[in-house]
Write a protein that binds this ligand. Structure first.
Ligand SMILES: [Zn+2]
Length: 146
């Protein structure tokens, strides 16, 4: 830790000195060159870490969104059997027993999946019959003619 600090301090001073000598060759005083070198390094350091933080936050958010998306394929909204009936969205897998910890009472809750069946209906595809609107329009026309 101390070794790392000394290395960083030596780097900071040597880069500031280099900037000071470069600016001195352009006619700027050594002290002002050194101080502006220090200032530039601190600004650069902060800018770099701010950009890195923003990049990591965006990356983490993308990963979280992906995880949520995966959950939505195999997840259920379930209510805890405790008196608070807290609703949690939990991942569900059909090949194992499913448990989760209630977000409200912090108890372990088991999920029992009961399957129900229903006969599917098919949509009516016969369009030979006139629609209700057509019948109404025909009725209005025949009434107007009579
Ligand atoms: Zn609960």
């Amino acid at each position: 830790m101390l070794k790392r600090f000394v290395i960083q301090l030596v780097l900071l001073i040597s880069i500031s000195s280099l900037i000071a000598f470069l600016l001195h060759s352009l006619g700027v005083s050594l002290l002002i060159g050194f101080l502006s070198g220090l200032f530039l390094q601190f600004v650069g350091y902060n800018a770099f870490y701010s950009a890195l933080d923003a990049y990591l936050a965006i990356k983490n958010k993308a990963l979280e969104n992906e995880r949520i998306k995966e959950f939505s394929y195999q997840g259920l909204q379930v209510a805890c059997p405790c008196y608070k009936k807290h609703i949690d969205f939990v991942p569900v897998r059909l090949n194992t027993s499913n448990y989760y910890k209630c977000g409200e009472c912090k108890k372990n809750v088991s999920i029992i999946i009961a399957a129900e069946t229903a006969i599917t209906t098919e949509p009516i595809v016969n369009t030979d019959l006139p629609t209700v609107n057509q019948k109404l329009i025909e009725g209005v026309i025949s009434n107007a003619n009579s």
